[in-house]
Write a protein that binds this ligand. Structure first.
Ligand SMILES: C[S@@+](CC[C@H](N)C(=O)[O-])C[C@H]1O[C@@H](n2cnc3c(N)ncnc32)[C@H](O)[C@@H]1O
Length: 282
C-alpha cells in the first residue's frame, strides 16, 4: 500500500481526532475561535507539561484541559496569571478568579492554577520540561519578548510556543512584530482569524504532526486549506457565543419592557381607573 503523504495524514488527523470535540466553556474572549485548534494541538503534540501565561476567564485554558481530559492525554497543565488584569485586558474583580477555580475543579487531578506574576512562576519549572507554552499575557512588544525569552529555556526538545494576538496592530500591541522576527528563525504556522495565533516549533526534535504542520509553509494551497478548516470551526464557536448573547439580550429587553409597562400602569393611570380595568379583566 502506498504511504500517505504527510499533509494528507495531517488533514486526516484534523478531521478524525477532534471531530466530536466542542468547547464547554464559551464566554467572552478573543480566544474563542482558536478552541478547536487547541483540541487538535493537544491530540497531535500529546504534551507532558503545558503552561499558559495569561488565563483571565480561562477560555483557552479550559479548552486545553477539556481536550486533555477527553482525549486521555496525560498532560500536567498549569495556568499562570495574577488574575488582576492589565492595561490591555482591563483590571477585573476577584470573582473572575473564583469562577476559574470552579471551572478547574473537574480537572484538579492534572491542572494547577498558579496565581503569580509570570516571572515568579519560572522557578517552579525545570529547564527543558515544557512541551506546550501558550503566551497570552500583556501584549506590548517588550512584554511578550520578555515572556518568550525568559520561558524559552524551559521548553523541551519537541516544544511548541503559541502566541495569541499576532494579527492585532492597534495601540501598543506588538506581538505581530515579535512574531515576524521569530517566524524567520523557527518552523511555524500562523492563523490570521481570531486576532491571530502563531504556532512556533522551538525544539530540536519536533513531533511528526507539528513538523508536517510547519512544513506546509512551502505549500500555499494546503496551508490555506488547514487555515480555513480551523477558521470555519472557530467561527461556529464564536457564532454560538453570539447567539447566546443575543438570546440573553432579548430576554433582558423583554423583562425591561415588562417592568416599564408596569411602571407606566402604576404612575400614569389613576387608581380608580386601574381598579375598574382590573375588575373588567376578571
Ligand atoms: C489577554 S488575557 C488572557 C486571555 C485568555 N488566554 C483567554 O483565553 O481569554 C491576559 C491575562 O494576562 C494576565 N497578565 C498579564 N501580564 C501578566 C504577568 N506579567 N504576570 C501574570 N499575569 C499577567 C492578566 O492578568 C490577564 O488576565
Amino acid at each position: 500500500m502506498k504511504a500517505k503523504d504527510p499533509s494528507t495524514r495531517l488533514v486526516e488527523s484534523i478531521s478524525m481526532d477532534v471531530k466530536d470535540w466542542w468547547p464547554k466553556h464559551i464566554v467572552e474572549s478573543a480566544w474563542l475561535e482558536h478552541t478547536p485548534f487547541a483540541a487538535w494541538l493537544i491530540s497531535a503534540l500529546q504534551p507532558r507539561i503545558m503552561v499558559e501565561l495569561g488565563t483571565h476567564r480561562a477560555v483557552s485554558y479550559m479548552a486545553f484541559c477539556q481536550a486533555s481530559s477527553k482525549l486521555s492525554v496525560p498532560a500536567k497543565c498549569f495556568a499562570v496569571d495574577t488574575w488582576k488584569g492589565d492595561d490591555h485586558a482591563g483590571k477585573y474583580s476577584e470573582s473572575i478568579f473564583r469562577d476559574v477555580q470552579d471551572l478547574n475543579q473537574p480537572y484538579e487531578n492534572f491542572s494547577t492554577l498558579v496565581r503569580s506574576k509570570f516571572d515568579e512562576a519560572l522557578s517552579q519549572f525545570q529547564d527543558g520540561s515544557i512541551d506546550l507554552l501558550h503566551i497570552d499575557g500583556f501584549h506590548t512588544y517588550e512584554a511578550v519578548s520578555h515572556d518568550f525569552s525568559s520561558w524559552l529555556p524551559k521548553m523541551s526538545q519537541r516544544g511548541v510556543v503559541l502566541f495569541h494576538d499576532t494579527a492585532v496592530h492597534k495601540k501598543d500591541f506588538g506581538v505581530w512584530r515579535l512574531w515576524s522576527e521569530l517566524s524567520e528563525q523557527h518552523p511555524h504556522f500562523h492563523f490570521s482569524h481570531g486576532f491571530g495565533l502563531g504556532v512556533l516549533s522551538v525544539g530540536a526534535n519536533p513531533c511528526p504532526l507539528i513538523q508536517c504542520l510547519c512544513a506546509l509553509v512551502s505549500d500555499q494551497k494546503k496551508y490555506e486549506e488547514i487555515q480555513s478548516i480551523f477558521a470555519l470551526r472557530g467561527r461556529d464557536v464564536s457564532l454560538t457565543y453570539q447567539k447566546r448573547l443575543d438570546a440573553a439580550a432579548g430576554q433582558h429587553w423583554r423583562a425591561s419592557l415588562d417592568r416599564n409597562i408596569k411602571r407606566l400602569w402604576r404612575t400614569m393611570i389613576p387608581i380608580s381607573l386601574r381598579e375598574k380595568i382590573s375588575k373588567m379583566r376578571r
